[in-house]
Ligand binder design. Sequence first.
Ligand code: SDX
Length: 389
Amino acid sequence: STGVFTYDPGFMATASCESKITFIDGGKGILLHRGYPIDQLAAKSNYLELCYLLLNGELPTAEEYQEFSETINRHTMVHEQLTQFFKGFRRDAHPMAVMCGVVGALSAFYHEAMDISDAYHRKVSAHRLIAKMPTIAAMCYKYSTGQPFVYPRNDLSYAENFLHMMFATPCEEYKISPVFAKAMDRIFMLHADHEQNASTSTVRLAGSTGANPFACIAAGIAALWGPAHGGANEAVLTMLDEIGDESRIDEFVARAKDKNDPFKLMGFGHRVYRNFDPRAKVMKETCDEVLAELGLSDDPQLKIAKRLEQIALEDEYFVERQLYPNVDFYSGIILKAIGIPTNMFTVIFAMSRTIGWISHWNEMISNDYKIGRPRQLYTGAPQRDLPNR
Ligand code: SDX
């Protein structure tokens, strides 16, 4: 027992690390950040306060929150030279390819971050990443549209600033809808951290070599991109577009069950949750709020999504395999309603997850650690001699 949870000995033997940051009980559909349930945090906190909690372990006092918020604001701009990196990409490059390259390039601008043994430098790197990821994400979008980059503003909240940098232009301010800003902040919170998922484990493995935090986060971005992981939110919208109409749902459900067909229902299933993903419940409520605000409650894609969810709760194939909607199932519908293009969905996931990645990195580097070295089962050829030639 770790004092919080009692694991079976078999699980203890396979665990890759210990952490105090996030607890998941996949069987009960529980997700705790530093002990606080995700649904309570989503209802009563905000993303920036959650960043403080994940990084520091406790909720901030009002003064600590004010200071943290002002510190983050001071780091939201990127070095003007960094804008040159974008010019090397084609305008139609996938924004994730651009984000991966640009975030890795941050290593070239903050040489002091290489000294990962210094707690102050580690904290500044974390603040820089929390602050600059929305700026870089919005720049990835602006670059793809041919519009000029829009600078961050210190008078806006974290979510408002992101929407401002995405949609304002030098000719016209963007009128920020409070419903959209709240939905964005909620999406940031629901994607913030999720224990040892594939991308966080990638960040930890990269960090275990002593690599600088910006390089480790770039590795996490690359791992997140896959459709089985963070790329699923973009894949959900592609799937809903492909289904197109409620009359074709049964055809796609049959394909999802067909072992000879690689098609899977995007947004369903999870390696850990064998119950409802608690984030999906909050995301569905947020989706209903945003679409109601826009008068789109009968949006055809939402109708298809809700029908698919109902099938997952009733159909024997899905019930047997405990395949429930996950965090990615409804997020894409919300982002599309806000006006964000599908190729930006995983960029937003990466931006949100940065606090999880850097909190896990900092937790590992702040304690004793060894270089990661996953072991393998060798199934290749036995030793043999080269033929005489
Ligand atoms: C995220 O790890 C994390 O925490 C990740 C994440 C995070 O916050 O970091 O939560 C974010 O990545 C969420 C997952 C997003 N991915 C998707 O929505 C893609 C679609 N889902 C599947 O690819 C799949 O469910 C996984 C990858 C998510 C989980 O795969 P597992 O745990 O390896 O499950 P499995 O393949 O062992 O599935 C068991 C059975 C199999 O059938 P059988 O061989 O038993 O007959 O369920 C089937 C699978 O074929 N199955 C599906 C399915 N997912 C699993 N069948 C149809 N549609 C699906 N989506």
